[in-house]
Design a protein around this ligand. Sequence first.
Ligand SMILES: *Cc1c(COP(=O)(O)O)cnc(C)c1O
Length: 355
Amino acid sequence: MKKHNFYAGPCILPQEVLLKASEAVQDFNGLGLSLIEISHRSTDFVAVMDKAQSLALELLGLKEKGYTALFLQGGASLQFLMVAYNLLERKAGYLNTGTWSEKAIKEAKIFGEIEELASSKDKGFNYIPKMYGIPTDLDYLHITSNNTIYGTQMNSFPKTKVPLVCDMSSDIFSRELNYSQFDLIYAGAQKNMGPAGATLVIVKEDILGKVSRVIPSMLNYKVHISKDSMFNTPSVFATYVSMLTMQWLKDLGGVKAIEEINDKKAQLLYSEIDLNPMFKGYAAKEDRSKMNVTFNLTDEKLQSTFDKMCADAGVVGIKGHRSVGGYRASIYNALSLDSVGVLVDVMSDLEQSKG
Ligand SMILES: *Cc1c(COP(=O)(O)O)cnc(C)c1O
């Protein structure tokens, strides 16, 4: 039986994407060869890369606005330092909304002065700081749009003239936004786009070339742009599957259509958390994530009972991150409303039997 997959990452992908991907691993485009045994410079793969880049910009409404989409490697974690390597001359501002922001800050400090403009560490990162000033002399401001571990998500973004850099690893392609307010967006594929191994970077070209240091080729956005993400062998499989997922999303009606479904899923689950006395939410209500839903049992002694009920219903992957505990249900684009319904039924069954 196929499980209801709530893992935080790597995570669920659309079933039809998995099917197409497995066919391409056997025989790609009827070439009599596997996708993963042909040259990345072959016509068939170059078409995949072109399509992936073009779909990424199209889905976010960033076509012909001076942006380039790159499919790189090294995960979002490599972007923590690559952003600073390419953009930080003197001083950058960071919003500290959790573990991933902290890691980004740590790497950026290697390259210059970092000003932490605000932090939600005082309350276990369960909210998004809102009142803070933004100096005008920053090289850039770095934010994390969705905090995968704590289940918080930014709903409004800082208005500033300095370049805005956003780690969008766990909510890219999940909602409509004015994406042109960002100058650089990055996301590891494995949260909402594809398998681990590819990292999407969308960069506005006019912010590059302003630092004085020498940047090694592999870490230089300009080099990757000039070689169309083919400076070295790209992650062919992860890029291909990401392309299929983006195509799936486009056929569904794009981010507008998926946002409507994502809203329904989040609403269903959060209302159960709020109405069912056996559970309480972790994140501040106004900052709740529509991708990662964090909650706890009000009576921890019921943990093994609830865990068993989930397992019996085929619900997997809801154990909270080790740094927070409790539960986290990741309800990414590919997870169906039906799967959320199954989890909600288990939660209400727990109340029926113990409440
Ligand atoms: C998972 C995650 C990362 C780390 O991604 P890697 O690809 O494993 O380096 C960074 N930022 C956010 C918001 C994440 O969810």
